[in-house]
Design a protein around this ligand. Structure first.
Ligand code: ADP
Ligand code: MG
Length: 453
């Protein structure tokens, strides 16, 4: 194994010469070697599915040639994402698997991104109330706003705020037990606990993990499934913690009343605390956030570039950061020390050129249905209630905007509607989108889902 690690180091040195420093730090360096001998194949693992995608798309040739130089010609290699890694270890290395599970438990405690702190959070009009509430909860968990429910559009800093609370408590109140999970993780954990060899033991372990904490944070609760059992378990977890004055913090992309899959019982529980939204930042705040990021990442970037990005992207901070990283990356590719407006324009152009050819209207319709928790039959059908009509119009808008599809064909998809109906829907949503507010948030969240696929 030691030898293998040495060989891997050699590979890294070679790849480092072939890719930019940013790519190396982001994608290559975090790779881990899992195995070699057993299959005469080099098994590597990444820390996210996204990282795997990026590696396969942009760096597989470079990896291949570096690996062949060190391990010999035609050495096959495979990159596993975290789930595949787990599977692989379970099958091939049960002894390591146990260690990984234990490590995961340990890591839970340190699950907070060190960069997501209150200090690094730029406060403006759009987020001052969320900031204040989060601060107060971090300083006095379980005492004031309980539960704290934070909602707002994609990429507006909800996860950042949750981690900031976590980082703060870890430092200032180190005796407290904090648990941060995504809704998806909570659900999977619960389902896993039911499928072990001993169900009672599984459930007990699960409860111990989730109820034996002082602060529980659940991120992206909008993904809560309709499955009664999971909601039931969550409901009881909630009550148990709440009655013991433990702090509960929830984040979502929309308010409780708009999460179709949420049970009424939970909805009213959430309403008993503070429900606070984050809004899209204004121009000044966007500029301040970009400055902060540039400083944190040690990017050297002209002010006019920051202004350019802040003007171009006005809803999603994550996207804004992505563009900032890209601009800097372009500049380093050209061997420059500082990024100028030219690189910014280049990076932006590339972003716009990235058309999705694999996208189908069904993907858009499915994502819209999933978002609103309605059926496909309803969205393309005849129902005229508001819960159906609005999603229908949004799906029509998204299809006409994201795909190059004739209006008549879109009409056909929606139960043979007339093309004037399609125009009406498209224009109405376009107009509401321009006004910002709720529709814009909804549309962006659905788009994000579609693009994540
Ligand atoms: P959400 O969970 O709302 O989708 P995130 O918390 O993941 O969004 O935020 C997206 C990115 O934007 C993160 O990198 C985060 O640090 C950054 N961000 C959002 N709001 C702010 C802010 N007010 N100050 C600094 N960075 C921010
Ligand atoms: Mg988030």
């Amino acid at each position: 194994m030691k030898e293998l690690q040495e060989m891997w180091k050699q590979v890294l040195l070679k790849v480092e010469m072939m890719v930019s420093a940013v790519s190396f730090d982001l994608w290559i360096a975090p790779l881990e070697v899992l195995d070699y001998n057993k299959f005469e194949k080099l098994i590597l693992s990444t820390n996210s599915t996204y990282a795997k995608k990026q590696l396969m798309k942009n760096h597989s040739d470079q990896l291949k040639s570096a690996i062949e130089e060190v391990f010999g010609e035609d050495t096959p290699f495979e990159i596993l994402d975290p789930d595949e890694k787990k599977e692989f270890l379970k099958k091939n290395k049960p002894e390591i698997n146990q260690a990984v599970v234990e490590k995961e438990i340990e890591e839970d405690k340190n699950a907070f991104n060190p960069k997501y702190t209150f200090d690094n959070f730029v406060v403006g009009k759009s987020n001052q109330f969320v900031y204040a509430a989060a601060r107060s909860v971090a300083e006095n968990p379980g005492k004031r706003f309980n539960p704290l429910f934070i909602y707002g559009g994609v990429g507006l800093g909800k996860t950042h705020v949750l981690h900031a609370i976590g980082n703060y408590i870890k430092k200032e109140l180190p005796d407290l037990k904090i648990k941060y999970v995504t809704c998806e993780k909570f659900t999977n954990d619960y389902i896993d606990s039911l499928h072990g060899s001993n169900k009672d033991q599984g459930i007990n372990k699960f409860r111990e993990k989730y109820r034996n904490v002082d602060v529980l944070m659940v991120d992206d609760i909008q993904f809560i499934t309709n499955k009664n059992e999971t909601q039931e378990e969550f409901f009881h977890t909630f009550n148990d913690l709440y009655q013991n004055n433990k702090q509960i913090i929830i984040a979502s992309d929309r308010p409780p009343k708009e999460i179709a899959t949420l049970s009424d019982r939970l909805r009213s529980r959430f309403a008993s605390g503070l429900i606070q939204d984050v809004q899209s930042p204004d121009f000044e705040t966007r500029v301040a956030i970009l400055r902060k990021k540039a400083q944190l990442e040690r990017y050297i970037i002209d002010d006019e570039v920051i202004n350019f990005i802040a003007e171009k992207i006005d809803t999603n901070i994550r996207e804004m950061e992505g563009l900032l990283a890209k601009v800097y990356f372009f500049a380093t590719l050209l061997g420059k020390k500082s990024a100028s407006l030219e690189e910014a324009k280049e990076a932006f152009k590339e972003d716009l050129d990235e058309k999705r050819e694999d996208l189908s209207p069904d993907t858009i319709i499915d994502a819209t249905c999933k978002y609103f928790g309605i059926s496909k039959a309803d969205i393309v059908g005849k129902k005229k209630s508001k819960e159906i009509v609005e999603p229908r119009m949004i799906a029509i808008y998204l299809i006409s905007e994201m795909l190059d599809m004739p209006l008549v064909a879109i009409g056909k998809l929606f139960g043979g509607r007339d093309h004037t109906t399609i125009i009406h829907a498209r224009d109405k949503i376009t107009e509401q989108y321009r006004d910002g507010g709720r529709i814009k948030t909804l549309v962006n969240a659905i788009k994000e889902q579609i693009n994540a696929n």
